[in-house]
Write a protein that binds this ligand. Structure first.
Ligand code: BGP
Length: 486
């Protein structure tokens, strides 16, 4: 008689926690010897449905470099983790977090990116952060490049388009692997690497105004360099700290065909391939055939060094992480697009959307988890999930964010279903767990956190922290290991 024990719920060592990113949270943009980054030259959006991330030019970058204020560049101020990390980590511990997904700002360690010696003050800051986390037994999950790289590399050689950036990046990765050896068990290379196909914010490559085919040639060449750098980092980590794990990170854009029309189903499969190309390369260790056809049909020729393909094959990732916010609909004849920033495809009549147009689809998360597990059979971790909303702080310092509790509860319920389906899901870090600056628009008013930060879109406010209703709710979720979701 065939019988296998079916999981009943979250594993006892499930890594519950929250996520932030240096470029949106730290502030201290010109302190401690840190260099200017690609995130700090992107002006805030004029309207919330506009995605300003990649719209930079050489002139706008020079203008930003000359600007010594943070007025038009909110990511320079973030929400001041740089000075308040002890207070914030204490709040994380109060919720009972087992893990904290953060990122290291490359330009804190190598301000221009091409120095041979690291900036000791930058290393010391992260020493102090990891010591604070160790006080509470919180496991760091560290992203090496989260939508930022030293702007000097862009100005000097157009960022990741230039192969020399591989060597600079891997000098940085070797430095931090050695410095924090034994203190960081989980490393991630590039945040949402698949959005590098959208341009500057992920690769530091300026291609605004160029013909689309030239843009795609440059972006996929830059992404190839990142694939190689990720594999070299994997090789370094295996040698420096064999007990640590390295993972990839993509923005999972779950999509559905608009109708059962096979043309729509095929169109959705093509959109899915644009996502899974990145996991295929970094988990399976080679470029998939469907992408080789795409490159041929779009006159894209990836320039590879002789041993590139071997290093991709030999050094694939240990686990797969992704962000999940929404799902989209794909039509073979797209007649309308989603309204929100980052949201693509057509509206889904069965789903509601956030104020920024992101369609809320908890069941889609279960679908995604099953698909990724079935395709790759390596441990999975959700390192971003949450809802951006205009939270209101009451006179008595409360934020009644029932909508956030509803969003998170519905997604955690589906995570539990996926685990019972047999998916090896090892952790969950809710995005923007302490209010921070939005990636796509640089707004403060698009809040995600369990903790409200008193600051507005223009940087006015005390930066004081306030516990939202969801703070106390999540504390219960963790204490019950995902059983008490009410
Ligand atoms: C992802 C980024 C995060 C975060 C999140 C929410 O793309 O990895 O940095 O910002 O999206 O996006 P936004 O801040 O634009 O609402």
């Amino acid at each position: 008689m065939y019988s296998k024990t079916i999981p009943k719920g979250f594993p006892k060592d499930f890594l519950w926690g929250g996520a932030t990113a240096a470029n949106q949270y730290e502030g201290g943009w010109n302190e401690g010897g840190k260099g200017l980054t690609t995130a700090e030259v992107v002006r805030k959006a004029d309207n919330r449905l506009e995605m300003t991330l990649g719209q930079v030019t050489e002139a706008s970058i020079q203008e930003a470099i000359a600007d010594t204020t943070d007025t038009n560049y909110p990511k320079r101020r973030g929400t001041d983790f740089y000075h308040r990390y002890k207070e914030d980590i204490a709040l994380m511990a109060e919720m009972g977090w087992k893990t904290y997904r953060m990122s290291i700002a490359w330009a804190r360690i190598f301000p221009n990116g091409d120095e041979t010696e690291p900036n000791e003050e930058g290393l010391k800051f992260y020493d102090a952060v990891f010591s604070e986390l160790e006080k509470y037994g919180i496991e760091p999950v560290v992203t090496l490049s989260h939508y930022e790289s030293p702007i000097h590399l862009t100005v000097e050689r157009n960022g990741w388009l230039d192969r020399r950036t591989i060597e600079d990046f891997n000098r940085y990765t070797k430095t931090v692997f050695e410095r924090f050896n034994g203190r960081v068990k989980y490393w991630l290379t590039f945040n949402e690497i698949n959005t590098g196909a959208w341009g500057f914010h992920e690769t530091g490559v300026v291609d605004t105004g160029m013909p689309y085919e030239d843009q795609m040639q440059m972006r996929y060449q830059a992404l190839h360099h990142q694939f190689v750098a990720s594999s070299i980092a994997t090789k370094q980590l295996r040698q420096i700290d064999p007990s640590a794990k390295i993972g990839l990170m993509i923005a999972r854009m779950q999509t559905y065909p608009d109708t059962p029309n096979p043309l729509d189903v095929r169109a959705a499969q093509v959109v899915d391939d644009e996502n899974l190309f990145f996991t295929d390369v970094q988990v399976r260790g080679e470029y998939p055939e469907y992408m080789n056809r795409y490159f041929a049909e779009h006159h894209i020729e990836i320039d590879m060094a002789d041993d590139d393909q071997q290093i991709l094959k030999d050094y694939t990732v240990d686990f797969l992480t992704f962000s999940y916010y929404m799902s989209t609909v794909t039509s073979a004849t797209p007649d309308e697009n989603g309204a929100g920033n980052f949201s693509l495809g057509k509206p889904n009549p069965y789903l509601t959307a956030s104020d920024w147009g992101w369609q809320i689809d908890p069941v889609g998360l279960r679908i995604t988890l099953n698909e990724l597990w079935d395709r790759y059979r390596i441990p999975l971790m959700i390192v971003e999930n949450g809802i951006g909303a205009e939270d209101v702080l009451t006179e008595d310092g409360k934020v009644h964010d029932d909508y956030r509790i509803d969003y998170l509860r519905s997604h955690i319920e589906q995570m539990k279903e996926a685990i019972i389906d047999g998916v090896d899901l090892i952790g969950y870090t809710m995005w923007g767990a302490i209010d921070l600056i939005s990636a796509s628009t640089s707004e403060m008013s698009k809040r995600y956190g369990f903790v409200y930060v008193d600051q507005d879109d223009d940087g006015n406010g005390t930066l004081d922290r306030f516990r939202k209703d969801s703070f106390f709710w999540y504390k219960k979720v963790i204490a019950s290991n995902g059983e008490d979701l009410q």
